[in-house]
Structures are given as C-alpha cells and as structure tokens.
Design a protein around this ligand. Structure first.
Ligand code: CUA
Length: 382
C-alpha cells in the first residue's frame, strides 16, 4: 500500500473513491438481455398454462371449484415465472455489466444513483395492485368453497386413526369403505375427527381441509368428472398416518350412486345412530343413553367449546362439569331448570343468548340417539 505522502499515492487516491465513469442509459446489451429474459419467462408462462397436458404431476380437475383453483394456480405461477425471471436475470446481468474492472482501483465506487420518485412509486403501486387482485381472485374461490349455499347432498366425513368414515342422510351409522358421490350434484361436506387432527385431501378435486375434533369444517364442491379419486390424510396423525391413503372418492352416475346408497341403507338398517338430518326433531328418548358413547362424542364434537371444568371456565361456551349437579347453577343458560330433558332440548334446538351461540342438532351433526348418549355422559359429571 502506498503512503499518502507519496506523490504517486496522492494521484492514486485522487482516482480512487470516485465514481467509475459508466453510462447507466439502457444500451443495446440491456435490450438484448431484456428480450432473452422475455423469451425465458414466456417459456415459464406457457409451461404453467399447459399443465397437465405437458406434465402429469397435476391431475386433471375432477370438479368445481377445482377448475377455478387451477386457473388461479396457473395465473399465480405464470406471474411468478415472469417476475422471477426478470428479477434474477437483471441481478445477474447488472452484476456482470457494472462489475469492477481489473483496471479500476481497489476502492473504486460503483455508479451511485439516488432518488427516482417515478420508479419508486411504480414499484410500490404495481405490486400493491397485484396483491389486491390476487386477494380478490382468491376470495371468489374461497366463497364458493366455504360460503355459497348449495341445495345438494350433505355428507359428513370423520377422520379416525387411521381411516376415514362417512355419514349420509338416511343411512344409519357410518359408511366405512368408500365415499360415493353422484356426478354433477353439489356436495356440502362436513369434516370432523373422532380422535386427533387429520386433514382431508383429494388432490383431483383440489380439496384440502383439516379434520379437527370438536370442530366441523365445511367445504362445498361439485364433482363433474366420473372416476375414482384417492383420499389422503395430509396431517401427521400418528404411526399409521402413512396408511391413511387407501380409501377413495367414487364419482358415478346417479343410478349407480343410488344403487350403492340403497345397499348401505340395507346394510346399516339395524344401526341406531342415524345422521341428524334424517332424524332431526321429534322427542328425544333419554332412557338407555350410553355413557361411553356420549363421552367419545363429547370429545369429538363438544370439547373444542366446552371445558370439563366449572361453569366459569369458559372456552367458547361455559364449563360443563356439574352442568346437572351444580348447586350454584340450578338453572341452565336459557333459565330452564338443570335437568336432563332441558339439556337435551338445548342440544336439539341450540341456544343463542348473552353468553354466546350454541349450534343446533343438525349443525352439530347429532342424531337423537347421540343426544341421549351425551346427556347420559353429562349426567355423570360432578
Ligand atoms: Cu390422519 Cu394423518
């Protein structure tokens, strides 16, 4: 290193620390690179819009709104391809174009640019508008999946270690082998779990939703393609998790579906706990309620909102330890006397008041027998 007092050093120092003279005006090289990056990103965009024609990893959509989900995926992936190609491409190009040359001093500064309000406004406004556009497009699909009412079939699926079961209106008990659906009929699918958290995934339908004990998650869709589609659990749920991919969703013409459906009606005719929609209303026969079945049901459907603690130990609703045996709370939240028949009445019709909202029998997917079992169990809590 040269001493500062050295005249040659002074000359060197004068050159160093100054901006290297380089033009920042877009030149021929810049436009050539821009064109090449355009071709590369066009390739990426075409790739995503031609899936699954060119790539088998994304199966064809089996229903609606799976088609909309795919459209959004293509739109987002191709936008990302465009953005990624230009950002990475320009970083590499500029790093080479404005590199320090061998002839430059060690401490030479690069081109210094400050403040470009137009550019800064553009890179703030354009991405903001793009993110808003993505949310609007996403919410439209979310609405179809989660909110839009359907007048079609209501099916319930329950995740269990380590298989899925299904409940249909007017079929007693649970269907244990496959999930059958008629083609082109809207389906409201209520998902819950009997033990731990599972996740219900049908890749062909672009459906994925968690199955949580005590909570009912609902998705709505319409299968439009006849076929057999794998149902996969996609939340680690214990040692048998990887086995939880053996069952299928069979989408078939109405006649074939009805044949299968009647087969299960006959097969399960002797089972008592029919799905709520089939038995909604009517007098609840509390006699013969099964405590063990009620306890299992409580853990599955009630424990997310109700603690097994004193009244004031609230999760969403009040604690239910001693709901029928607490001298300090002789009345239920609706003012009725705390006796089994009145608890059953709340389970059947639900309740809305200052303390909160309790869904009714149909919303909770409870049969009359389920309510009798739950009341029998609640009666043992003190
Ligand atoms: Cu059920 Cu993983």
């Amino acid at each position: 290193m040269r001493s500062l007092s050295d005249p040659k050093g002074r000359k060197h120092r004068k050159r160093s620390g100054a901006s290297v003279e380089q033009s920042t005006k877009p030149d021929r090289g810049f436009w050539i690179v821009t064109a090449i990056l355009g071709l590369i990103s066009l390739g990426g965009i075409l790739y995503f819009w031609m899936i699954p024609t060119v790539e088998p990893w994304l199966p064809p959509e089996g229903g609606h709104p799976g088609d909309q989900v795919d459209w959004l995926f293509r739109f987002m992936a191709s936008s990302a391809a465009l953005l990624y190609t230009y950002v990475v491409g320009y970083i590499i190009y500029f790093a080479i174009r404005f590199r320090r040359r061998r002839s430059d001093p060690d401490d030479a500064l690069g081109v210094n640019l400050h403040d470009n309000p137009k550019l800064e406004a553009a890179w703030t406004i354009v991405p903001t508008l793009f993110v808003i556009l993505l949310s609007v497009l996403s919410i439209r699909i979310w609405y179809v999946l989660q909110v839009q009412p359907t007048n079609g079939l209501v099916v319930e699926s329950i995740g269990r270690q380590w298989y899925f079961t299904f409940r249909y209106p007017d079929v007693n008990g649970e269907v244990t082998d496959q999930m059958h659906l008629p083609v082109n009929v809207p389906v409201t699918l209520n998902l819950t779990s009997g033990d731990v958290i599972h996740s219900f995934w049908v890749p062909d339908m672009r459906l994925k939703e968690d199955m949580i004990p005590g909570i009912i998650n609902t998705i709505r869709f319409t299968p439009t393609r006849i076929g057999t589609y794998q149902i996969i659990c996609t939340e680690f749920c214990g040692t048998g998790h990887s086995e939880m991919n053996k069952q299928v969703m069979v989408v078939q013409p109405m006649a074939a579906y009805q044949k299968w459906y009647h087969g299960w009606q006959l097969r399960n005719a002797h089972v008592t706990n029919a799905l709520a929609t089939a038995t909604l209303g009517g007098k609840i026969q509390l006699a013969g309620g099964n405590v063990a079945a009620g306890k299992a049901l409580f853990n599955e459907k009630c424990s997310a909102c109700h603690a097994l603690g004193p009244f004031n130990q609230r999760i969403v609703g009040p604690g239910l330890l001693g709901v029928l045996h607490d001298p300090s709370h002789p009345n239920l939240v609706n003012g009725d006397l705390a006796v089994p028949a009145n608890v059953a009445e709340i389970l059947q019709n639900g309740y809305t008041g200052s303390i909160g909202h309790m869904p009714n029998q149909a919303q909770n997917g409870l049969s009359n027998k389920d309510i009798a079992n739950l009341v029998a169990y609640l009666n043992t809590l003190k």
